[in-house]
Design a protein around this ligand. Structure first.
Ligand code: BTN
Length: 244
């Protein structure tokens, strides 16, 4: 897969930059924007994304997954999460995918992503994968609950470029598997990599806290839990949270 990478010293947000560029010109599948600093990095739920100048990976990838049905769009989250998790695995044990698509190291968050999908009829037309991975930052000052960086985990500074190249290579491999229809393999690996995949833990929904175990994740991304009293419950994004 040819990767076309644009490197910026600074931008407001790589997702926003990519969107704006796409409104002016055509960019090919797998175009990448990366930057050293975002003046207004976006996180999930309208939060901002903290990242110290020059320390971390901040990038957005454009995909054109025209072969993926809209109802299967969660596969895009799955392959992106797997690529990042596997890119980090060679540094330490303990990385997992916290449903739906945060990357954790033990109980701490090392990576967040913001995926924006566009549809054309029943199919996807484009996806913007906005990814922030904490690499060399020592101290986090925002109120993000439990951030961690690769440096804190390994004790050493790490080369951001090498990690970016690795993640993009693995992502391209998964994107190829997706194109070939290998959705079972993707699903199996995603489930195998899930945070808290075994055992009972506390979750919180609109009615409060409860203890449950993960049964699985449906193809549409719905998380299926089973409570200690054997009640099955399904949740879409943002309807339930892990109690950490
Ligand atoms: C989250 O809150 O977990 C999602 C964070 C996503 C951050 C990345 S950094 C690169 C891209 N550009 C943005 O403005 N956000 C995403």
């Amino acid at each position: 897969m040819d990767v076309n990478i644009q490197r910026l010293k600074e931008t407001d947000s790589t997702n926003k930059y990519l969107c704006e560029q796409l409104s002016r010109e055509y960019l090919p599948d797998f175009s990448v924007i990366t930057t050293d600093f975002q003046s207004s990095g976006r996180g999930q739920r309208g939060n901002s994304w903290e990242s110290e100048q020059g320390q971390n990976l901040l990038f957005s990838v454009l995909l054109r997954p025209e072969f993926v049905p809209a109802r299967s769009q969660f596969l895009i989250s799955q392959i992106t999460s797997l690529a990042i998790k596997e890119g980090l695995d060679r540094f330490a044990a303990g990385f997992s995918i916290k449903w739906p698509n945060d990357i954790y190291w033990n109980e701490q968050k090392i990576c967040g992503m913001l995926i924006e999908n566009d549809l054309a009829g029943a199919m996807l037309s484009q996806s913007i994968l906005g990814i922030g991975v904490n690499i060399n930052q020592n101290l986090f000052i925002s109120n993000a609950p439990n951030p961690v960086s690769l440096k804190t985990i390994t004790g050493n500074n790490q080369d951001r470029e090498v990690i970016l190249t690795d993640i993009l290579r693995i992502l391209a491999t998964y994107y190829d598997l997706l194109r070939k229809g290998e959705t079972e393999l993707i699903n199996r690996r995603y489930h195998h990599s899930l945070f808290r995949k075994e055992g009972y833990y506390f979750f919180a929904d609109k009615n409060g806290r409860f203890s449950a175990r993960i049964v699985g994740v449906e193809p549409d991304g719905e998380l299926i839990l089973c409570t200690e009293t054997n009640e099955k419950r399904g949740y879409l994004f943002k309807e339930v949270q892990f109690v950490l």
